[in-house]
Every structure is written in C-alpha cells, then in structure tokens.
Design a protein around this ligand. Structure first.
Ligand SMILES: C[S@@+](CC[C@H](N)C(=O)[O-])C[C@H]1O[C@@H](n2cnc3c(N)ncnc32)[C@H](O)[C@@H]1O
Length: 285
C-alpha cells in the first residue's frame, strides 16, 4: 500500500490552537447555517455512517452526533491524533489516517457521508485531486461528499469607518500568503474545488454553495478573535519556513501583530473571505 510523506502543516497543534479551532467551528457553522447540507441530511439512510476527514478536535463531528439519530455512526480521521478529544465519551470514534495515502480496505466504500473542512493549510498541487479521489473511495456508491474550504487567497481586511487603513493586518496577510505560496498552498485550488471534486473524484450532482465569512455580520468580532491569532501563526510559520523572506523577521511579525490587534479593536476593521461548501454524490454504478 502506498504511503505519502508527511507534508509540513502550517498551524500549531497545541491546547490554545485546539480552543481556537473549537470556537472557529461555532463561527463557521453560524455563517454556513448548517452542519450537514440539507440535501445530504434529507437523503441519508437510518443507519448512516459519517466520516470527518482532517477532523482536528472533532468539533464538527461531535456537534453532528449530538443532533443526529443515535442509529448513525461517526468516525473522525486525521493525520495527527494531537488534537483529538482527550475525554471521548460520546458516540464518535477517532483514528489516524492520511487522506493522501491509499484508503485501507476496511474503510473502502464504507461511509454514506464524507465531510472535509479546512484542509487548505495542508494540501498543495495534486494533493487536492488525490483527496477528492480518496474521499470517493471511502464512500459507498450513492454516498455524499461535503467539503468546506476558505478562499484565503482573497483574504481581505475591511474597514467599518473611514479611518487610517489597517496596514499592519494587511502586511501580515501578504506575508502569510507569500509563505504559503512558496509551498504551493493557498493558491487557486479552493476556487477550483467544485471542478476537482467532479473531475478527479468522479462525483455527480455537484453544487458549490459560496457565501461570505461574515454572512452573519454579528460574527465579525468573533471572527477577528479567532482569525487574528491564525494570521499570526501563519506569518510566524512563513518567517521560520522561509528565512529571509523579503527581509521579514519574527520581531517584525510580533510588532505587527500588536498593531494589528489595535486596528481590529471595537470592530474598526475585520477579516473577510469567501467560503465554499461543495456537495456532490458518488455515482450509484
Ligand atoms: C485547520 S485544521 C481543521 C480541523 C477541522 N476540520 C475543523 O474544521 O475544525 C486542519 C486539520 O487537517 C489535518 N490534516 C492535514 N493534512 C491532512 C492529511 N493529509 N490527512 C488527514 N488530515 C490532515 C490537520 O492535522 C488538522 O487537524
């Protein structure tokens, strides 16, 4: 069985990051408006098997299990177990799996739904097509994929009132995107996600639900709280992974992070980007 080398992952996997991911999950769901796309929820059998790939802390899977029939089963997969729930008393099972490797026999055509969210920090180039193909392998014929990604390539820092522009935040965004681009990440892949799911994954009946990260404007403050630390983490990663990148230093990043926090204070400025939730069905034959 072919196994892929581990790719560099650009975010930390510590306790603080786990708390951030859990809060981020709430904000993403408020803006998406659902955990499971209504057309998938309506089509699932009584004994549905749900997989969450790149599950992280398992926030999405645990919330889905809490509101879904007890006859369903839930498996969370991640390349690392570092952020799996520490006390796992619920119905979800968590296990390690690299979605870029060949799918183990025990999981082939096993699931009715495969959910993926925010793999954008881990995938580059052909990884996107491999992930779509392997997600299809995990699914039974007629099963559904739901893949939620953020178009960070076009991450913006917008203003709420005419004042000095949020230049510190904007510089950090430019740095993080330059760092990610050096690894072929956060380029145009999310914009092509629906096409990748259709072509590489062989899925049918594909829909791309495109909405704003601040579709619910009241979430802008919480988005700043969860997103500014992630911008900082990715900017630090850029400095560490690409020393000398355009003269950037760790000290300059820390200074801009502090200035950036002041720019965001009271919602004077806020981060915004497009979200894509691609849903599609594996052909029955
Ligand atoms: C930003 S976190 C998102 C976690 C979760 N999906 C969420 O939305 O809260 C990305 C997760 O994808 C996982 N990941 C990255 N590359 C992966 C791979 N090749 N196979 C499986 N998981 C992967 C990371 O370990 C991390 O837990």
């Amino acid at each position: 069985m072919a196994t892929t080398e581990w790719k560099p992952y650009s975010l930390p996997r510590d306790h603080t990051e786990s708390n951030r991911l859990n809060l981020q999950h709430k904000v993403y769901i408020a803006n998406a408006g659902f955990l499971l796309h209504p057309r998938i929820a309506a089509a699932l059998p009584e004994q549905a098997r749900v997989a969450d790939v790149g599950t992280g802390t398992g926030a999405w899977l645990n919330d889905l299990a809490a509101e879904s029939p007890s006859s369903w089963s839930y498996t969370g997969f991640d390349i690392s177990d570092a952020q799996f729930p520490q006390t796992n008393t619920g119905p979800c099972r968590f296990t390690t799996l690299n979605i870029l490797d060949d799918v183990p026999d025990e999981y082939r055509e096993h699931f009715d739904v495969v959910h993926l969210r925010l793999l954008v920090c881990g995938l580059s180039g052909a990884d996107w097509a491999t992930t779509a193909r392997n997600a299809s392998q995990l699914l039974k014929p007629g099963g559904w994929i739901q893949w939620h990604e953020c178009a960070f390539l076009h991450l913006q820092v917008l203003q709420n009132a005419p004042a000095a522009p949020p230049s510190a935040c904007r510089q950090l965004v430019a740095l993080l995107l330059a760092g990610q681009a050096r690894e072929g990440k956060m380029v145009e892949d999310v914009l092509r996600l629906a096409q990748t799911v259709r072509q590489a994954g062989g899925f049918q009946d594909c829909e791309d639900y495109v909405f704003s990260s601040d579709r619910v404007a009241e979430t802008r403050g919480a988005t700043n709280e969860i997103h500014h630390p992630a911008v900082g983490a990715l900017a630090r990663y850029a400095v560490q992974a690409s020393p000398g990148l355009d003269g950037w230093t760790r000290e300059k990043v820390e200074e801009l992070m502090q200035r950036g926090s002041r720019e965001l204070e009271g919602g004077k400025a806020y981060y915004r980007w497009d979200m894509h939730i691609v849903t599609a069905r594996k052909p029955v034959v």
